[in-house]
Ligand binder design. Structure first.
Ligand code: ZN
Ligand code: FE
Length: 239
């Protein structure tokens, strides 16, 4: 299983999960179709599934064009059936979704939106976190409470430390400025920032990031109670 990172729109990431044995693929959160189509045509892969973490347009904008072109199936949260058009396969919290050689556990993680889900490809130790968890940050709370978002992040924290995190946006540098302001002595964070800058200077994504590293450097994962978390989230909204 190989992951290709595809840049979409201004700062979104979409991902192709490719089974190298049979060229079947899933796409996660195609914000637009053009860059995905380009990759598929150049690499001769079969787009079988479209996985959506949530209903925001920058994550589903390419859905219908891709579905039409490749006859792919849209996989999304059952609770979002009225706001993600043309879902083919409905999934729910704690379900293991399995199709062809793809196998992922679904986590319902309300907070950013009420229907947000994560896809955890546990065999490969990779998780697609949409706008719930970013590198050195977390999503804005649009539809939920800070308590919900805190609990959603706690679900991620319980996964194996070596899990690779693939999130929905390239917000890492911006997020690092907030983290270092609130955690100025953190050596792991400082080292990570040097690394982030190097990658961005070379026009490389800062993604994936590793869960263990995030737990040590992401101020929102370091928060160990709702009050601290909620205060940080408020501060970040006005940062
Ligand atoms: Zn969003
Ligand atoms: Fe987004």
């Amino acid at each position: 299983m190989r992951i290709e990172i595809i840049r979409c729109l201004r700062d979104n990431y979409s991902y192709l999960i490719i089974d190298e044995n049979n060229i079947n693929a899933c796409v996660v959160d195609p914000g637009e179709s053009t860059p995905i189509v380009k990759f598929i045509e150049n690499n001769n892969i079969k787009l079988k599934y479209i996985l959506n973490t949530h209903h925001h347009y920058d994550h589903i904008g390419g859905n219908l064009e891709l579905k039409k072109r490749y006859n792919s199936k849209i996989v999304a949260f059952e609770g979002d059936k009225d706001r993600i058009p043309e879902i083919d396969i409905f999934v729910h919290d704690n379900q293991t979704w399995k199709a062809d050689s793809f196998e992922a556990k679904i986590f319902h993680t309300p907070g950013h939106t009420s229907g947000h889900i994560l896809f955890h490809f546990f065999n490969e130790k990779k998780i697609f976190t949409g706008d719930t968890l970013f590198s050195l940050g977390c999503g804005r709370i649009f539809e939920g409470t800070s308590e919900q978002m805190f609990n959603s992040l706690c679900k991620i924290k319980k996964l194996p430390k070596e899990t690779e995190i693939y999130c929905g946006h390239e917000y890492t540098l911006q997020n690092s400025n907030f983290c270092i302001q609130h955690d100025p002595e953190n050596l792991i964070l400082k080292k990570k920032i040097i690394n982030i800058k190097k990658k961005l200077e070379n026009n490389l994504p800062t993604i994936p990031t590793i869960l263990g590293e995030e737990i040590d450097s992401n101020i929102f994962l370091k928060a160990n109670n709702i009050e601290t978390f909620s205060k940080l989230r408020d501060l970040k909204d006005n940062f």
